[in-house]
Write a protein that binds this ligand. Sequence first.
Ligand code: SF4
Length: 79
Amino acid sequence: MAQVKITVNHNRCVGSQLCMHFLPAVFEMNESGQSMVIDANAADITSIIQTAEQCPQCAIKVEDTSSGEILFPPPGLGF
Ligand code: SF4
């Protein structure tokens, strides 16, 4: 399984908790009510990308740590 790095942009996250509901083993709410990553390896890449796509704020970036490729968001969507 490829390793991924997941980053939550706290300038964008509004604490909707969607990511936590989809992948509770990966995301958790911090004390400020924003999402944080607790275990990037607790789900498969497809599920992580699908969850990032659902974020209403496009606040989740998914990166392949071996190649450095940005798996989400696509270029132009911003982060
Ligand atoms: S889905 Fe997006 S906006 Fe909602 S808590 Fe997760 S990172 Fe934040």
